[in-house]
Ligand binder design. Structure first.
Ligand code: SF4
Length: 69
């Protein structure tokens, strides 16, 4: 198992109509990229998930392979 990184991503949540912070977990892959392994929100059941900016930001951090703190 690769290195595990945790990030807290804040943004506007349409479902709760307020700012929310979602804890995310990433696992460092052998090629150095990050794979998101946890998004601490019920994304699959959320009716606003397709437009969720918090989720998009969380994915972007993995896809962009940015260094996390
Ligand atoms: S997936 Fe839905 S409930 Fe979760 S943060 Fe995004 S808008 Fe809010």
């Amino acid at each position: 198992m690769g290195e595990i990184l945790e990030e807290f991503i804040s943004g506007f949540c349409r479902s709760s109509n307020e700012t929310r912070t979602v804890a995310c977990e990433y696992e460092r892959q052998e090629d150095g990229s990050l794979r998101m392994t946890e998004f601490d929100c019920n994304y699959e059941k959320c009716p606003n998930s397709a437009a969720c900016l918090i989720y998009k930001e969380a994915r972007k951090r993995a896809d962009g392979n940015l260094e996390l703190d």
